[in-house]
Ligand binder design. Structure first.
Ligand SMILES: Nc1ncnc2c1ncn2[C@@H]1O[C@H](COP(=O)(O)OP(=O)(O)OP(=O)(O)O)[C@@H](O)[C@H]1O
Length: 282
């Protein structure tokens, strides 16, 4: 078992997309990575898994660099991509099987294992279906089956539950937990607070930087799922909302007008928000 260690990762294109990120993703744990849309989660997973070379800093696993100089990940690494990366004209089973064949598994065995991987996500009956005929949620589960079937030491999943209903989200979390339990590093980039809450560790990035305290994450930058959940948890209260209108009921002539109810202060994410609570340290 080995941790995935990021040390001083900076990545600059036309601007700085990642800024001096250092953290350890621990083997045997589920780790959530969250933050506003565009904050750098996908970029961080790509650097962590060896798809792109950091401008400075290192990503290392089992004492070796993740960046091999080619953009190909090490064989110990599996990705579940945000855009799935499936081949549309292949069947669901073939899409999973090719990941195993690429790792040297014989075709017959690869097909058998692909079938079993689809069954883990309750889509064994879709094995013969061409991917382009599947729904978004079904494609997402094929991508998960492909990522999890190889028994990788490092599993990097980019928003793996974004298309799923609650039942399937629970199923996916249970399967990711099994991967961690066999000793893998499992990192999940997510906008879903329920997923983050189910993880053992939770890192937040904002504008390419690791955020130490969740309070520093600006509420208004977050994508809609969190925003909706936070708004449901507390009534609307924005600085720019007008103060509540005075009651319009009839008043006696000498009765003073009621004081307008001040609008509550803008809500900020805090450690009290279930939406972004860090798990208790063990
Ligand atoms: N090839 C690229 N060239 C220039 N900018 C890029 C490139 N790829 C990503 N970016 C920018 O880097 C920033 C981080 O993008 P990234 O996809 O890592 O964010 P994210 O946190 O995963 O977002 P989301 O939650 O929306 O998936 C964004 O501002 C994005 O526009």
């Amino acid at each position: 078992m080995s941790d995935l260690r990021l040390s001083g990762i900076t990545y600059v294109l036309s601007r700085t997309l990642l800024d001096d990120v250092s953290l350890d993703f621990k083997a045997g744990e589920l780790t959530a990575l969250s933050g506003p849309s565009g904050s750098g989660k996908t970029t961080l997973l790509s650097v962590a898994g060896g798809l792109i070379e950091p401008t400075s800093g290192t990503s290392s696993y089992a004492d070796g660099s993740m960046w091999l100089g080619t953009g190909d990940p090490r064989p110990e690494v599996a990705f579940v991509l945000q855009v799935y990366g499936l081949v549309p004209i292949l069947s669901a089973r073939e899409n999973v099987s090719v990941a195993l064949r690429a790792r040297g598994v014989k075709p017959a065995e690869a097909d058998e294992r692909a079938e079993a991987a689809l069954a883990r996500f309750h889509i064994a009956d879709l094995g013969d279906r061409q991917v382009e005929e599947l729904s978004g949620g079904q494609m997402q589960r094929v991508a998960l089956a492909r990522g999890l079937c190889v028994g990788a030491g490092v599993l990097l999943a980019d928003e793996p539950t974004s298309e799923l209903d609650e039942g399937n989200r629970g199923l996916v979390l249970a399967e990711l937990r099994k991967e961690a339990d066999r000793g893998a590093v499992v990192v999940v980039a997510t906008h879903d607070p329920a997923v983050a809450d189910a993880c053992d560790a939770h890192y937040v990035i904002d504008e390419g930087r690791l955020v130490d305290h969740v309070e520093e994450v600006h509420f208004e930058h977050f994508a809609h799922p969190e925003r909706r959940l936070v708004e449901e948890a507390a009534p609307p209260h924005f600085d720019d909302m007008p103060a509540a209108a005075p009651a319009t009921g009839e008043r006696a002539p000498d009765e003073p007008a009621p004081e307008p109810t001040p609008a509550p202060a803008r809500h900020r994410l805090s450690e009290d928000d279930a939406a972004f609570r860090r798990p208790d340290p063990k």
